[in-house]
Design a protein around this ligand. Structure first.
Ligand code: HEC
Ligand code: HEC
Length: 367
């Protein structure tokens, strides 16, 4: 009996021994995993680039504002819009918020099926004055109240805010000017005044308007800009620059960049420097002054491409009554500086700017 049992017992001993070894190994592995989890820092997650989702009107206000705020970590004290919650008890609250809505959802009031009347190309002010005119270097309104009324060379006259707002209605929105006494114009101006209420008279806060962009040493190149457009803009603004409307056709989800429904050739964006600065620090959607996606060359070239496409014309024969005050990148002659229309449109701009400055100095010293 014992003889027949001995191999069995040996086997049992081996099994027990093996089991012990396995248990020890398992315990060791578990301990190792716990130790690793505890002492080795978890890898930082890759930053996720989120594609912003527009609201029913095709606007990106909240998402844009949040991501801008998160990124404003450098040391410059950038302008920030006043807090809306502080409007409680303000007798103008309703009008101010109506003004904001008119800026953000202009097409609902003045677009094709506008509640008030149809008098524009269907764009929103906010398409170019991002986050209802509050985004840092997103063409915001922070310096409007502090600097208007002011002399503007385009009209050759002192302009107030009403005139400036109507300029954008007639040019950027290729539409009709509003009656300055209308509830809508009053609301827009009250909103703009409220945004700029904490800025000292005559001052421009950090981050106002557009951020500067260095000139290229060469002329901007529409051909090169076309490749930039196809690679980085076309997916939203479409192959013919016509943009995309939202489902119920009340507003653009992606606004047009040229063609019948775009800004006309008297608009601010038709100047190459304005367009290049806007896109460098704001496009493709999601870009900002501290998170750019385009090189300087790409920004200038895509500006040259887009502003070479067809768009509505405006009678601007009364603009720039003093031709020596035309800016370096105003593309229509006659010019006092002797440079061609082509160079005024595409550059190189440095020589024009230098000549204009020399002429100004000369005039001053003669006076
Ligand atoms: C297609 C783009 C576009 C649209 C749409 C647009 N604007 Fe503008 N707006 C501009 C540009 C560009 C400038 C700056 C022009 C310049 O500096 O020469 C500007 C300037 C202004 C200014 C003066 C800002 C300053 O600091 O001096 C005001 C005010 C203004 N716009 C109001 C409006 C209002 C209100 C609407 C809607 C009714 C509107 N804009 C729609 C492009 C646009
Ligand atoms: C992911 C989509 C997207 C891409 C890509 C994109 N844009 Fe835009 N763009 C928008 C939206 C949306 C707006 C309007 C923003 C708003 O209303 O808040 C806009 C506004 C603009 C405007 C001002 C409004 C107008 O229609 O005139 C210009 C100019 C512009 N984009 C140029 C460009 C250029 C140039 C590129 C490529 C370098 C580009 N965009 C890439 C979505 C995009």
């Amino acid at each position: 009996m014992s003889n027949t049992n001995k191999p069995d017992r040996d086997l049992a001993a081996i099994v027990i021994r093996l089991t012990q070894i396995i248990i020890v190994l398992v315990v060791f592995i578990i301990a190792l995993v716990i130790a690793l989890a505890k002492f080795i820092p978890a890898p930082k997650p890759e930053p996720v680039v989120e594609t912003p989702v527009p609201d029913a009107y095709g606007n990106f206000t909240e998402a844009g504002k949040q991501s801008t705020e998160q990124r404003l970590k450098d040391t410059i004290n950038y302008w920030k819009a006043p807090d809306e919650s502080a409007l409680e008890g303000n007798s103008k609250k309703e009008s101010i918020l109506y003004g904001k809505d008119l800026i953000a959802h202009t097409s609902v009031y003045f677009g094709e099926n506008g509640k008030i009347y149809n008098s524009t190309n269907g764009m929103n002010c906010q398409n170019c004055h991002l986050d209802a005119g509050t985004k840092v270097y997103g063409n915001n309104y922070s310096a409007v109240t502090s600097t208007y009324p002011k002399y503007r060379a385009r009209s050759g006259a002192i302009e107030n805010i009403y005139k400036r707002v109507n300029d954008c209605f007639e040019r950027s929105l290729n539409g009709k000017a509003l009656d300055t006494t209308s509830k809508e114009m009053q609301a827009i101006v009250e909103y703009i005044n409220w945004l700029g209420k904490d800025v000292a008279k005559g001052k421009k806060p950090e981050g106002s308007g557009f951020k500067d962009l260095a000139f290229l040493d060469r002329a901007a190149d529409p051909e090169g800009g076309k490749s930039v457009y196809v690679a980085k803009c076309q997916s939203c603004h479409q192959a013919n620059g016509e943009g995309i409307m939202n489902g119920d056709k009340t507003a653009y989800t992606y606004p047009p960049l040229w063609g019948e429904k775009s800004y006309n050739d008297g608009a601010g964006l038709y100047r190459l420097s304005n367009f290049a600065k806007f896109v460098k620090y704001n496009m493709p959607l999601g870009a900002s002054h501290d998170m750019v996606q385009l090189t300087d060359e790409e920004a200038w070239d895509v500006a040259a491409f887009v502003n070479s496409q067809p768009r509505p014309k405006k009678d601007i024969s009364k603009d720039w009554p003093k031709i020596e005050e035309k800016p370096f990148d105003h593309p229509f002659g006659p010019f006092a500086d002797g440079f061609t229309e082509k160079q005024h449109k595409f550059g190189p701009f440095k020589p024009i700017k230098e000549k204009q400055e020399a002429m100004k100095k000369n005039k001053k010293s003669k006076a």
